[in-house]
Ligand binder design. Structure first.
Ligand code: ADP
Ligand code: ASP
Ligand code: MG
Length: 419
């Protein structure tokens, strides 16, 4: 038998009873003769509450100290889960990111994993222990604690599965699998039995937060078979994620997603000369700020352009600071910000070479009187920026347009995070 990696999210370990259920799910795999590594997130809404606490202490918490704080959430769950497994009579050991050797780059709050050491993991597996690892955290070569970004425990799980050449990586969560859209927005969204790495990666990147995008990227890179399934219904097979070449494509659009966490920044009237865009975007890249949509249009005055782009709202303050300096250096006229935006996207490998998909998307939005502020496309994705208040309505309209609903109402277990 092989190595099975299981990951349980916050809702799945929200209280003592649920932790016992997770212990039983781990033991079930062990009983089948597998070696088992379990990755867990912080209990319930712990991470949200820790962030709120930091914001009560200071408006601008230091990013290193934030990682010190947020990484504690997962440490609570691993100890409790190891205790629960032991209470059922099985051998278990908890390990944090540093103890395992989950090595990341030297960036706080959104570090990427660069290596996972396997010597200690293998030693404990050989001793017959179920290993419980803290998700979401890592350590730099210099020994600094880092975190991987919200939802990053999925990536911890897949990275460990890849390093151990695990047979499977099962992501247990509070819904029954991957749906055509968030079932909290469209309760009759269809559950997908299969989805390709490529489509899942795009869906995760454009806002389907059922999986952390880097977890899918890692699974694709190392061909880790991955399943999303319910921790409240262990019999359900959930959704299998695997390579596109093994699948037949039936529908042009596999899923739709909304991302309301972006902001749009416009730099008005920058000189129309070589190197201007390079200056703007290299400044952002050098500060680890990812840019999503970009549009450059002619400015109001001759020999100038307007450059608009979107970034995650968490990066807004730092982006504005950096862009003020760039504005001065380039002699641009103004910087404006639009926070009232939501990005809605359709994703599907089946849209390649199939004309009319973009037109159908724009028409579905127009029929709801939803104005499009920006458009971007890639081979298997089309995204439109709309007013924040229209985001959910747009998702519902797109589900209808591309026949993404079923007869059944999805089972959703977790409650929404506190505000
Ligand atoms: P966990 O704490 O287990 O990591 P998350 O909250 O990160 O759980 O992810 C599960 C949630 O993702 C679901 O409750 C659902 O609301 C949301 N979600 C968004 N898009 C989708 C989708 N396409 N399919 C399934 N769930 C989705
Ligand atoms: N606890 C972290 C979060 O809430 C990581 C995770 O759940 O994956 O974002
Ligand atoms: Mg998650």
């Amino acid at each position: 038998m092989g190595i099975i990696v299981q990951k349980f999210g916050g809702t799945s370990v929200a209280d003592a009873q649920k932790i016992h259920n997770v212990a039983k799910a781990a033991i079930r795999e062990k009983e089948k003769g597998n070696d088992v590594v379990v990755i867990v997130s912080a209990m319930g809404h712990t991470t949200d509450l820790l962030i709120k606490l930091a914001q009560e202490v200071t408006v601008a918490p230091d990013s290193r100290e934030m990682d010190m704080l947020l990484s504690t959430g997962e440490q609570v769950s691993i100890a409790l889960l190891a205790m629960a497994i032991q209470a059922h009579g099985y051998k278990a050991i908890s390990m944090n990111g540093q103890q395992v050797g989950i090595i990341t780059e030297n960036v706080h709050s959104k570090a990427r994993i660069i290596d996972v050491k396997t010597d200690k993991l293998k030693k404990h597996l050989q001793e017959g222990e179920i290993i419980v690892v803290a998700g979401f955290q890592g350590v730099t070569q210099e020994g600094e604690i880092t975190t991987l970004g919200r939802g990053g425990s999925d990536t911890s799980a897949v990275a460990i599965a890849a390093a151990l050449h695990a047979e499977r990586c099962d992501i247990y969560t509070d819904v029954e699998g991957v749906y055509t859209t968030d079932p909290r927005i469209v309760p009759k969204a269809s559950k997908l039995d299969l989805i390709s790495y490529e489509e899942m990666l795009e869906l995760a990147r454009v806002g389907a937060n059922v999986l952390h995008p880097r977890s899918v990227e890692t699974a694709k890179q190392f061909s880790v078979p991955m399943r999303v399934r319910s921790s409240f219904n262990l019999e359900n097979e959930g959704t299998l994620i695997l390579g596109a070449d093994t699948m037949e494509i039936y529908k042009p659009v596999a899923g739709v997603a909304e991302d309301s966490s972006q902001v749009r920044i416009l730099i008005g009237e920058v000189p129309d000369s070589p190197g201007t865009a390079a200056k703007v975007f290299s400044t952002l890249a050098n500060n680890s700020i990812s840019v999503d949509m970009i549009i450059q249009t002619f400015g109001k005055n001759e020999h100038t352009n307007d450059i608009a782009f979107t970034v995650d709202s968490k990066d807004l303050e730092q982006t504005l600071k950096l862009m003020e300096a760039v504005k001065k250096e380039l002699g641009a006229k103004e910087i404006t910000t639009d926070e009232d935006i939501s990005k809605v996207s359709i994703v599907g490998a089946g849209m390649v070479d199939r004309p009319g998909i973009a037109a159908a998307m724009f028409k579905a939005l127009a029929d709801q009187n939803i104005n499009i502020k920006m458009i971007s496309t890639s081979e298997i994705k089309i995204s439109c920026l709309v007013d924040k208040k229209s985001g959910k309505e747009a998702i519902k309209a797109l589900c209808k347009e591309f026949a993404l609903e079923s007869e059944e109402v999805a089972v959703v277990k977790g409650d929404l995070p506190p505000v």
